[in-house]
Design a protein around this ligand. Structure first.
Ligand code: GCW
Length: 914
């Protein structure tokens, strides 16, 4: 399934526009075509297009190109659409036009305009921050938490008397380099340790061996395994970092530097650590930059910080520094792998001509202990037109994959493994060939075993590809995979999202955890903010991850937390995994929103040790990345932890899932998922997953099953995920009706954002100023968007329930205000006559050229666009006094109601003459 956006075309150059769509419909390359549609999207800077621009959601001139004549299943052949009207409108606006096609599989179709093929422009474009975003929006906080020596308070600690080591491999070298980056290149490097210096290495180094023997810790180092380490101070006042392998030494170095930068006294150091989970990965949902090429930068599905960092056109030397930074960042928090590409995979990642380029990435990351993994398209042999089946039991198919993956290994000998999303969301999988998921996974497992590789088999499977799928999507993965427990090969890990549905801000932990004791099962979490506010909403999910890891599944009738399942201890899993969907991009600061860095940091620390505290991770990050002193760091940690709850209150009150728009998952559109996901009926909300409903609650062992079965014992944040509630029903959790509870939660959420802004502003002068400014700017955007979320949801509840907000806030639901003023010419400071607007709220005279920039739904956006606020402002009532601004020019009137909604600019213009 592809949502693709096409290259924008300068509209003026196209007189009569025919769009020709040809679909090969190659037999079997994708079994389930979805109905497809072609849209024309708005005429403005294509780089600024967002999913917001989907014609389903807004816009007046955009329209569905007449696709009524097109078939809605298994399309094949060529179709001609007349799009002259759309292009003419774009031309009249002096702009560009882009086309978007939805619903066709990747790479099976082409689109041309006036005979010329249009290249793929983009998929999931990065949200536009608008013209008034601070210039540093993409670079604030660059360097992330590895900003050595940038903050005065931490400078003192940077003294190391020397670095002692025996030359070794490239990982050890990276460890040594890191110490010298921290302490300065002038630090003497020696073979023998000096007091006050560091000695690092494996027991192969005689000095390390000696030190370990003297400390009586040789055995301990062996037992800690390849990634574990001992970090201690010897009797000779040497800081010893020892591990059985170089990568453990590297982790030890990062641990030491973290502690020194946090002000830990070197004399107190005595640490022995190893990671709880073996495979600690980022999963990038990146698309290959071949067809989607924009100078070699690929696009990202659900990425909000630029394009894919995997640059495959430029010489490696030009991007290697960036890759190294990626490697350092990950290694410093203990992550050891990266799945490079989108699970909705194309075959590009395994095609021979591309392998040398992928090898360049692997080579750059190897010194940091990062191994690459590739997501595979299950029917690749067919998609590449080399075989007519992808049946895993067909010897030709197995042979094809063996040859293909052997070739990958020639370029990337230490490939960590592969990932497959099968039979889900239109992706091909084994069920198409009458085989089970275990059959599909085990084929890859067998091929990878000699290479030491693993198979990450995604449990995110639902929908029509399943035989007789349960009407409640939440049950489908459980019902598919539990019967196959024990059938997966030893080097397969079943990779399950943390909840049964799909990365909602709150979901119950999936009952699959604990129900597959004989299948290595790992957890997939989301750092990418697909459902949690994209670029502009602060959201630190680590606190929720901490709760997830602490959730007691009661599997086997005893205390068995998710941490116990994931680290393998509960069931003796031989392979363990914690992976986060994580889509950092080409932005200099990788994440765009500065505080999203904390999410990356926190995930790394939790994957290493799932029993870590989210708050402590946050405080560490604030000190390391922002230069916060202890008090400010504690405030930031509390702030980060609160962001998640604030977001939930306005975006997912009482756990109502899927109030977002269907495709791009940002803006609120509760109608989009009625009953299929959120269980809406004319009289109430929520999906009944009790025994009387879908029976989902019964998938859990007791006492969870019983707790979820009853409304009163269901946690407030899961109420509507698990129960259908009438709008007029009083909830025990709030003592109010459902309708009133929704109003109260969403209003509290918006107030929560105001609170976050206030608290953030108190950090000014106490942390990195760029980060402070950029984050503050984004928080104001968040406020305007949160108001919108609140109003959309409340309007929905109000309309359906007929229940008024007993706290009298219905004005929030009013339509946007109107502004009106006659054309006139006035002197600066003189009264403006006849200004009118709907009340109550505020009125603004703002530069007239703002009117061209777009619709200003919300006050914050309006003011941001006013560029430092050139204009005047007044409180509005029926009548209000507004004076002409001091600066000569043309102005228009805007009115903003008391809920922050801004009117369109007035038609009349106030000309101020000096
Ligand atoms: O939530 C859905 C996303 C898709 C994603 C899918 C998945 C990669 O909307 O964009 O596809 O989950 O996890 O496979």
């Amino acid at each position: 399934m592809a949502f693709l956006l096409f290259e924008a075309v300068p509209a003026q150059r196209v007189a009569r526009a025919k769009l020709r769509l040809s679909v090969s419909g190659q037999e079997g390359s994708d079994g389930g075509y979805w109905p497809f549609e072609v849209y024309a999207v708005p005429p403005r800077d294509p780089a600024a297009l967002t999913w917001n621009d989907s014609p389903r959601h807004e816009g007046d001139w955009m329209g569905l190109v007449d696709a009524s004549s097109l078939p809605d299943a298994e399309p094949r052949g060529s179709y001609e659409l007349d799009v002259t009207g759309h292009v003419a409108k774009a031309a009249a606006a002096g702009s560009q036009v882009a086309f978007r096609v939805e619903g066709l599989p990747d790479r099976d179709w082409t689109l041309s305009l006036d005979g010329a093929e249009i290249a793929v422009f983009d998929e999931d474009p990065v949200p536009d921050l608008g013209p008034t975003a601070p210039a540093e929006a993409a670079s604030a906080g660059a360097g992330l938490w590895l900003r050595y020596g940038e903050f005065s308070g931490q400078a003192e600690a940077r003294k190391l008397a020397g670095v002692a080591y025996e030359p070794g491999g490239e990982v050890l070298q990276a460890a040594v380099d890191e110490l010298r980056t921290y302490a300065g290149a002038e630090v003497p490097a020696t073979r023998n340790p000096v007091p006050g210096g560091v000695l690092l290495g494996t027991p192969d180094n005689p000095a390390v061996q000696d030190a370990l023997r003297q400390a009586g810790r040789e055995r301990e180092v062996r037992e800690l395994g390849a990634e574990g380490y001992v970090l201690t101070r010897t009797a000779d006042e040497v800081l010893l970092i020892a591990s059985a392998s170089e990568v453990g030494v590297l982790y030890g170095v990062f641990h030491l530097l973290r502690l020194l930068r946090l002000g830990t006294e070197a004399s107190t150091l005595d640490i022995a650590e190893k990671p709880a989970v073996q495979h600690r990965l980022n999963h990038h949902w990146d698309n290959f930059p071949s067809t989607a090429a924009r100078d070699g930068w690929g696009t990202i599905e659900r990425g909000y910080a630029g394009h894919s960092p995997w640059q495959l056109d430029l010489p490696l030397s030009e991007v290697a520094a960036r890759y190294r930074e990626y490697g350092r960042l990950n290694a410093s928090v203990g992550l050891n792998g990266a799945v490079l590409n989108n699970p909705n995979a194309t075959t590009d990642w395994i095609e021979p001509q591309n392998l040398p380029r992928l090898a360049g990435i692997a080579d750059s990351l190897r010194p940091y202990g990062i191994r690459l993994y590739l997501a595979l398209r299950f029917d690749s042999p067919m998609a590449l037109r080399e075989l007519d089946t992808a049946d895993p039991f067909d010897p030709r198919v197995r042979d094809w994959w063996r040859r293909t993956l052997d070739r990958v290994h020639q370029h990337i000998p230490d490939l960590g493994g592969v990932l497959v999303k099968g039979d889900s969301e239109g992706e091909p999988g084994p069920l198409r060939y009458g085989r089970t998921h275990a059959d599909g996974a085990n084929m890859f497992a067998e091929i990878l075993r000699p290479h030491g590789g693993i198979v990450l088999w995604r449990a995110f499977v639902y929908g029509d590809a399943l035989e007789d799928p349960d009407p409640d999507r939440s049950k489908q993965a459980y019902e598919l995979f539990v019967p196959q427990d024990g059938k997966f090969a030893e080097n397969v890990i079943l990779q399950s999202k943390h909840g049964p549905w799909d990365f909602q801000p709150r979901e119950p932990v999936t009952p699959l955890f604990g129900a597959t004791p004989r299948t290595n099962t790992g957890i997939e979490l989301a750092l990418s903010k697909e459902y949690t506010g994209h670029t502009t909403h602060a959201n630190y999910p680590i606190a929720e991850f901490e709760r997830i890891f602490g959730f007691d599944t009661r599997a086997g009738g005893r205390r068995t937390t998710i941490a116990d399942v994931v680290d393998g201890s509960a069931f003796g899993y031989t392979r363990t995994l914690a992976v986060a969907v994580h889509n950092p991009g080409t932005d200099r600061n990788w994440t765009r929103m500065p505080t999203d860095q904390a999410n990356w940091y926190g995930f790394g620390r939790l994957a290493w040790s799932p029993r870590s505290s989210a708050r402590e991770c946050a405080a560490e990050w604030a000190r390391l990345a922002l230069g916060a002193e202890a008090a400010a760091a504690a405030e930031i940690a509390d702030w980060l932890v609160d962001t998640d709850e604030v977001f939930r209150r306005y975006a997912q009150p009482l756990g109502i899932p899927f109030t977002s728009s269907e495709e791009y998952h940002f803006k609120n559109e509760p109608e989009a998922w009625e009953d299929s996901a959120n269980g809406a009926t004319p009289t109430g909300l929520g999906y009944d997953r009790t025994r009387a409903g879908s029976g989902y609650s019964a998938l859990y062992p007791e006492p969870t099953a019983g707790r979820y079965e009853r409304l009163a014992s269901t946690p407030a944040e899961l109420v509507l995920f698990l129960h259908h509630v009438r709008y007029d029903q009083v909830l025990p959790h709030t003592g109010e009706t459902l309708a009133q509870s929704m109003y109260d939660s969403t209003f509290a959420g918006v107030e929560g954002v105001r609170g976050l802004i206030g608290r953030w502003e108190r950090l000014e002068g106490r942390i990195d100023p760029d980060v402070c400014r950029v984050q503050r700017w984004m928080l104001r955007r968040q406020l305007s968007e949160a108001i919108n979320y609140r109003n959309v949801l409340n309007r929905y509840v109000r309309t359906r329930s007929g229940i008024a907000d007993k706290r009298g806030r219905d004005s929030a639901l009013r339509e946007p205000p109107v502004a009106d003023v006659p054309d006139q010419q006035v002197r600066p400071g003189a009264p403006v006559t006849g200004a009118r607007g709907t009340a109550p709220g505020r009125a603004y005279l703002l530069p007239a050229d703002l009117a061209r920039t777009g619709r200003w739904e919300r006050e914050d956006r309006l003011l941001l666009a006013a560029d430092g606020f050139r204009g005047t402002r007044a409180e509005t009532g029926e009548h209000f006094d507004l004076r002409a601004p001091a600066e000569p020019g043309e102005y228009r009137l805007h009115v903003v109601n008391d809920q922050g909604f801004a009117s369109e600019p007035s038609r009349g213009v106030v000309r101020v003459v000096g």
